[in-house]
Write a protein of this length. Structure first.
Length: 404
């Protein structure tokens, strides 16, 4: 059982550390390290809270191995199921599309240059086909591969930090935002950096709905990414001059652009390639967790309407939509994350808050309740509403756009 707690912790951390982390330097280049630190800690508190809310509501589930959509139907009827299912699937598809475009851009950087973007599309296809095979095997295959890759990711990350932190300069870390409103504009992108909620159904079932074990997995599994994010931002903001970095990213706002910018500003090709390796491993672990979440969501939906749920049906339904987006918009890394942040505000905030509110009304004597009471639910709900409208304010020009 201890082994399962470790596996669950790493799956949460692995799912969390992905495209959101890699997009941080792209979106926070004009913000400065100080405001980035405040934003990260605030979002960690908020999303750990709502993750625990899901666990609270799962105490009332009629069966142990149900998805979040089934919980939504239990409390809000078919309307709840439809909203939960649609928001989950579109969110996961947006995240998976981001991971595929990001992974494809990193793989394409290793391929020979070709006319147009055909080498980028080849990288996208290679990334998806090879890693998608592990997802088809199931959660045990994902668990095993995640443990292996997580170790490699830690080693690569340590090497990147050891190479970058000695180059950090105080004047870079104390840079103020180029525009204070950039902090608000970056929230939807940073918001996806703690998106472990998409596998809460799998974690609940994997740990046999044991509250103590799930709490351990959530706290440790989210603290690991928070620590990694802070070190990552300390390194990138400390090494990369704000004006130089912003200029280079405006030319190529992709992960491959981040690698090129790192190499160019530091004058170290080795450091750039280490950033590529770490980015690839981070994308892979997150890709595995999110794809597993789509498998669960689609399978839960098909069960509800009595349709087959075998791997031959679930595999194309899982991978074809995000792959199509990635092939048509191979440079859509930040765009896909922006859509994901908008949808995750509903799935990761509004939905668990609504479920917890109803569950507390119908089950006033639950064994475990998340701290904060109903006032905590109200405050988190308001934050969710604010995050949802941010992309629309950016479209209207009221808020500045982030890189990419």
């Amino acid at each position: 059982m201890k082994n399962k707690i470790l596996g669950s912790t790493l799956m949460i951390a692995g799912t969390t550390i992905g495209a959101g982390m890699l997009a941080m330097p792209l979106t926070s280049a004009g913000m400065g390290f100080g405001m980035t630190l405040v934003l990260l800690v605030g979002l960690w508190l908020l999303l750990t809270y709502t993750g625990l809310l899901f666990m609270e509501v799962y105490q009332t589930a009629k069966q142990q191995d149900v998805g979040v959509a089934t919980l939504a139907e239990q409390y809000f009827g078919m309307t709840g199921r439809v909203l939960a299912t649609v928001s989950l699937l579109v969110l996961l598809y947006a995240l998976l599309a981001a991971y595929i475009t990001g992974g494809g851009s990193l793989v394409s950087g290793l391929l020979p240059e070709t006319e147009g973007d055909s080498h980028l599309k080849i990288g996208i296809l290679l990334f998806t086909v090879i890693l998608g095979a592990f997802v088809v095997v199931g959660i045990k295959g994902v668990d095993g591969l995640t443990r292996l890759l997580f170790i490699g990711k830690i080693i690569a990350f340590v090497f990147v930090l050891l190479m970058m932190l000695p180059k950090a300069k105080l004047e870079n870390l104390t840079a103020v935002p180029l525009d204070n409103l950039l902090v608000i504009s970056a929230i939807p992108i940073f918001f996806t950096s703690f998106g472990f909620h998409v596998i809460m159904g799998s974690i609940n079932s994997y740990l046999d709905a044991d509250i103590r074990k799930i709490r351990i997995a959530i706290f440790i599994g989210t603290l690991i990414p928070l620590g990694a994010y802070l070190l990552w931002q300390l390194a990138t903001h400390g090494v990369l001059s704000q004006n130089e970095f912003v200029t280079l990213l405006n030319q190529d706002p992709t992960l491959n652009g981040l690698v090129k910018a790192t190499s160019q500003i530091t004058g170290s090709t080795i450091l750039g390639e280490m950033v590529r390796l770490f980015s690839a491993l981070a994308l892979i672990t997150s890709f595995l967790g999110v794809a597993m979440g789509i498998f669960e969501g689609v399978g839960d939906l098909l069960k509800r309407v009595n349709l087959p749920t075998n791997r031959f049906v679930l595999t194309p339904l899982t991978f074809i939509p995000p792959l199509a987006f990635a092939l048509f918009y191979p440079n859509g890394f930040i765009a896909a994350l922006g859509y994901a942040g908008l949808l995750f505000a509903f799935y990761g905030l509004i939905l668990p808050i609504g479920l917890a509110w109803k569950a507390r009304q119908q089950h006033p004597n639950l064994p475990y309740r998340v701290a904060g009471g109903n006032m905590g639910l109200i405050l988190a709900f308001i934050m969710g509403g604010v995050i949802i409208i941010i992309p629309f304010l950016m479209q209207k020009g009221i808020l500045p756009s982030v890189a990419g």
